[in-house]
Unconditional design. Sequence first.
Length: 330
Amino acid sequence: MNKSTATLVSLTLAMMLAAGCSAATGSPPDKPLQGASEGAAPSPGPTPQPTATAQSTPAATASPTPAPSPSSTPVPPPSPTPAATPAATKQPQTASALPENKALSWYYVKKGKGIVPTFPNETKSFPERYKAIWVGEGKKVYLTIDAGGDLGDTATLLEALKDNGVKANFFIAGYNMKANPDYIRQLVADGHLVANHTMTHGDFTQMSDEKIKKEITDFEALFKDITGQDVVKYFRFPYGKYTPHQLGLVSDMGYTSVFWSTAMRDWEPRKNGAEDPYNDIMNGLHDGNVILMHEGSKENIEALDRIVREVKKAGYEFGLVSDLKSNTEK
């Protein structure tokens, strides 16, 4: 090999070695960098970033998560609303237990001599605005005498009351007042209470509100015309038949409705004559007794003197219903 050829070969080898060295140092460092970015945990650089993430994550978790939890806990407090719902439900139940337009008929259940009877379940649902009386208290008896039919022997009746110093409560239909004005004036003069029993003594459960109002106001006008006085605002439903709505209507007209705690089948002849009304009353006598007696019963009038004397002997006084407060008052 001549000298110039050897020189050329030496230069070529040197250049190849330089290129190989450069390729070996450029490529390997790239791969470890990729490895480091994929394995963030072992790499000292990325580690601080996950740590920062770990700090911000707890902060986000601890704060927002508790916030929703408590706010969802107050949501149950609407269970106080269900607690109030039962209270609101009781009133509708009371109203539904007492339908406004349901026809009712007064009654009582005897418990024996000296014991106050039990009264219709609906009375427990009467609101205070329903003014009504059915029993009093203490050693007082309230004799109520109805005259929706015949007046009967008025002279004997008045004599029995006067001789025993008894004041009674008369519920007289307007048509009887109109036909017997002197009798009405005598009752008022003797100190008895004459109360509203409607003009025609019809069944209220078959009447409209306007008709009911007319029955009552016509009675008022007639009583004023006969006596010169305003009627004392006590009222009795004919036949003891009414609806809750009508009881409220009468109350709104300023009246207290008077029911009873003792009554008799005295609209028909009595099998044992005057003994029957006497026994009916004396065997059911109790404190605050509101007695219903029909004026047209011949047996009632015959027994009346004996009845009032024996009631007094039993330690009772006779009173006027105007002395009583409504049984619906709490």
